[in-house]
Design a protein around this ligand. Structure first.
Ligand code: SF4
Length: 336
């Protein structure tokens, strides 16, 4: 294990990073993070590894050790493209599985195997087979926040960024007016409002976004006059109805980057605001905080440990991975 002392050399090497992050990381924490950042970045070079970090990672991960950052779709694309031999997924288990599905020859590591997801846990492959029996002939669209086994039973995947396009294109391709979209009930209800295609859904929810209410949004507006409200489509429809803009995490980032609102609230996981605020110093962020306990299992010490010990490796039955890949690639090859 590397020496994790905060030496003058480490302080000097990480000073430009801290200058960027000082508004979101307290000064007292930097001597703890900095030696690990240096050690992780050195190990990545030594082992030909890359770190894919989701937008919900904490800023010291997102801004200091990640090679690629983004939402599920962006990370899946990077996983497919990278030449690195090792991928460390700074995100949750279904994301690491997606990386492994797209890069079966690579070693994919997740720093904490327990980093799950309430949506992924809400449905199994057997449930999907049952849905197919109940609704023969209807295409099954599966949100990427699911296990490889569930993806393997599906026709195509979607993310919150492309869900409307996926619904409309597969309905047109199959000549049907109804599709099945699993497992996020709220995402499906929010998508249904934007398309004439009828959607049958499942009762899965994101435990972070389901906690926001319409009253919350009204109280943010009351307490912060002029605030622009951006909400994630995993929120309940009543929350979306109160928002000024609905979009995936990458959609929210683009909105802040292009419109530069004076004051904004991102109705999503807490770390997003910190990560976006670093790039938008003139925007005031109102920060209600709903943490994802699964995302927060991924920390710098665990990433370092993962690179040192090469654990935990994500393994998928190749037959399941092959079928799951067809669903993920069907989404990635979508022309729209
Ligand atoms: S934020 Fe919600 S959807 Fe994302 S990993 Fe956590 S529980 Fe799952």
């Amino acid at each position: 294990m590397s020496d994790l002392t905060y030496t003058p050399a480490v302080a000097a090497a990480t000073a430009p990073l801290y200058a960027k992050l000082k508004q979101v990381i307290p000064e007292i924490e930097w001597p703890v993070h900095a030696p690990m950042i240096v050690a992780i970045n050195a190990l990545k070079r030594e082992k030909n590894a890359v770190i894919l970090a989701h937008n919900y990672m904490t800023p010291e991960i997102f801004h200091c050790v990640a090679d690629f950052v983004g939402d599920s779709l962006q990370l899946a694309r990077e996983a497919a493209k990278t030449d690195a031999k090792i991928i460390v997924q700074a995100g949750v288990h279904f994301m690491a599985e997606t990386a492994k599905i797209l890069s079966p020859e690579k070693t994919v590591l997740i720093p904490d195997m327990r980093a799950g997801c309430s949506l992924a846990a809400s449905i199994t492959g057997a449930d999907v087979r049952l849905l197919r029996e109940m609704y023969p002939g209807l295409p099954i669209i599966t949100y990427v926040n699911t296990s490889a086994e569930v993806k393997a039973e599906s026709d195509i995947c979607c993310t919150s960024a492309n869900a409307v396009d996926v619904v409309e294109s597969i309905a047109a391709e199959r000549g049907v007016d109804t599709v099945i979209m699993i497992p996020d009930e709220f995402l499906a209800q929010n998508v249904a409002k934007q398309t004439p295609v009828k959607i049958i859904t499942w009762k899965g929810h994101c435990e972070v976004h389901e906690r926001f209410t319409a009253d919350d949004i009204r109280s943010y507006r009351e307490a912060n006059p002029g605030v622009v409200v951006l909400a994630h489509p995993e929120c309940p429809p009543e929350v979306i109805a109160e928002a000024d803009f609905t979009g995936s995490t990458s959609g929210m980032i683009s909105y802040v980057g292009s419109k530069r609102p004076k004051r904004v609230v991102l109705v999503t996981e807490c770390s997003m605001s910190d990560n976006v605020a670093v790039e938008a110093p003139n925007v005031e962020f109102v920060r209600p905080c709903n943490l994802c306990p699964h995302m927060k299992r991924i920390t710098l010490p665990k990433i370092l440990d993962s690179l040192v010990t090469m654990k935990e490796e994500v393994v998928i039955d190749p037959a399941i991975a092959d079928r799951a890949r067809r669903s993920v690639e069907a989404m990635m090859n979508l022309k729209r």
